[in-house]
Design a protein around this ligand. Structure first.
Ligand SMILES: Cc1cc2nc3c(=O)[nH]c(=O)nc-3n(C[C@H](O)[C@H](O)[C@H](O)COP(=O)(O)OP(=O)(O)OC[C@H]3O[C@@H](n4cnc5c(N)ncnc54)[C@H](O)[C@@H]3O)c2cc1C
Length: 396
């Protein structure tokens, strides 16, 4: 074969995946495991700390207060992660349960939904998840780390828990490469354009061609798409607070403490995790904000001491008597949001060979393995989970 033809073939693929974070690593793995020729490209080397997929843990729930249409993705993701665990020997998914706590009076919304507890219960009923409703006294008895009121109440199930995002990305990229995917790191996609019945992708290094392009650029999506319609990128801070008494650490272990989302009587709700690792590594708690928009290039990556003090005094100290003001670690991370915390999984409005997935809005990781599978199936013309509720129309 002439050298020129060989090089052209080496740069031609069934699919190219732009961005190899949570969604892109999953899509690349799923494409490669189906025997498709696939090129995965990232401007960095995932997992990294500049996008949306870092910070040790992510909550996973099948009963989603954001709406019952999300449940099939979380459910399927659990199956995929268990399968990946058995293939790689990694520890990805811990099902230590979930509490969604709310109560009387004015409560903070969960993912922009003031009725988050009620819609979680409705989604559990629809997905046939077994759960209990606990009153305040029972919550305190079973989970003594929480300082809840008597008239608070909580949804509690045992199928939820947390996933380890960095390990999931690493595992899927490893399996993708083993199945023949070509992975290019530190290579930035500069543009993409129609090319006959396919797409041409130009990076800072080369030009490639594919039948389909999947764009999973996370918080860089506005720059990559250059559309008039803008996603809202917001800065989020993760905090790890120390324990007051180290001997109390068993109460914070995953065997005793589920993940939780708490609609506080405060401006924002909080969510958090059990103790992962040594007691001196602290427990992770966070709030979320949808107001201050930013970009991945301009966001402030440092966390000021007064932010930590405010976080502890407003959202941690009054509600967790066992936690200390000492903050042992912080991380800044980015949400990529559209109205009502929806997902977008759709074809490009002007280029039908380009599939866009920005399923973040702050709750995308738990669905990412199945979103990757769905993207692969869409690209290969196979049947897939229902994405009709995740279209561009009317959302941005
Ligand atoms: C603080 C925080 C807490 C969260 N908590 C939860 C939770 O508890 N549960 C949950 O389910 N979800 C949660 N999420 C949401 C979830 O983590 C995200 O939905 C998910 O990680 C987003 O993955 P992604 O693949 O879209 O983006 P990313 O993982 O950021 O990947 C995008 C990739 O695209 C690459 N890229 C961008 N532009 C280019 C280019 N031009 N050329 C080449 N490469 C490019 C980037 O380098 C990057 O690696 C949270 C998010 C944050 C920020």
């Amino acid at each position: 074969m002439p050298q020129e033809k060989k090089e052209e073939m080496e740069r031609s693929f069934d699919a190219i995946v732009l961005g190899l974070g949570a969604m892109g690593s999953a899509a690349t793995y799923q494409l490669a495991s189906r025997g498709a020729s696939v090129l995965g490209i990232d401007q960095l080397k995932p997992p990294h700390e500049l996008g949306s997929t870092h910070g040790d843990t992510r909550i996973t729930r099948i009963a989603c207060g954001e709406g019952p249409e999300y449940s099939p993705f979380a459910k399927r993701s659990h199956e995929i992660w268990r399968d990946i665990e058995s293939r790689t020997g990694r520890d990805l998914l811990t099902q230590n349960g979930l509490l969604v706590i709310s109560g009387k009076g004015q409560r903070a919304a969960g993912h922009e939904n003031p009725e988050f507890l009620r819609t979680t219960v409705a989604a559990a009923d629809q997905a046939k998840i077994r759960y209990e409703i606990l009153d305040g006294k029972t919550i305190r008895e079973r989970f003594p780390v929480f300082n809840v009121n008597d008239d608070d109440e909580a949804y509690f199930d045992k199928v939820s828990g947390f996933v380890r995002p960095e390990s999931c990305v690493e595992a899927q990229l490893q399996l993708a490469a083993t199945s023949g995917a070509m992975l290019r790191f530190y290579e930035k996609v500069l543009k993409f354009e129609p090319d006959g019945d396919g797409v041409q992708v130009t990076t800072g290094v080369s030009t490639y061609r594919a039948k389909k392009l999947i764009i999973t650029a996370g918080p860089w999506i506005n720059q990559v798409l250059g559309l008039d319609r803008q996603f809202s990128i917001t800065r989020q801070v993760l905090y790890w607070f120390g324990l007051k008494n180290q001997h109390q650490y068993p109460e914070f272990l995953p065997e005793r403490l589920p993940v939780y989302i708490w609609q506080l009587p405060a401006p924002q709700s909080i969510y958090g995790f059990p103790l992962i690792g040594h007691p001196e590594q602290g427990v992770k708690i966070a709030t979320e904000q949808y107001v201050d928009a930013t970009t991945p290039d301009t966001v402030r990556r440092s966390v000021f001491p007064d932010e930590i003090t405010r976080m502890f005094r407003t959202y941690v100290g009054p509600f967790f008597p066992g936690l200390d003001e000492t903050c042992v670690k912080t991380k800044v991370c980015l949400y990529t949001c559209v109205k009502n915390a929806r997902f977008i999984i759709d074809r490009h409005p002007d280029m039908k060979n380009v599939i866009i997935a920005s399923p973040c809005s702050g709750h995308g990781f738990k669905h990412s393995a199945a979103v990757g599978e769905t993207l692969a199936q869409m690209a290969l013309g196979q049947s897939h989970l229902d994405v009709s509720k995740f279209s561009f129309s009317g959302v941005i």
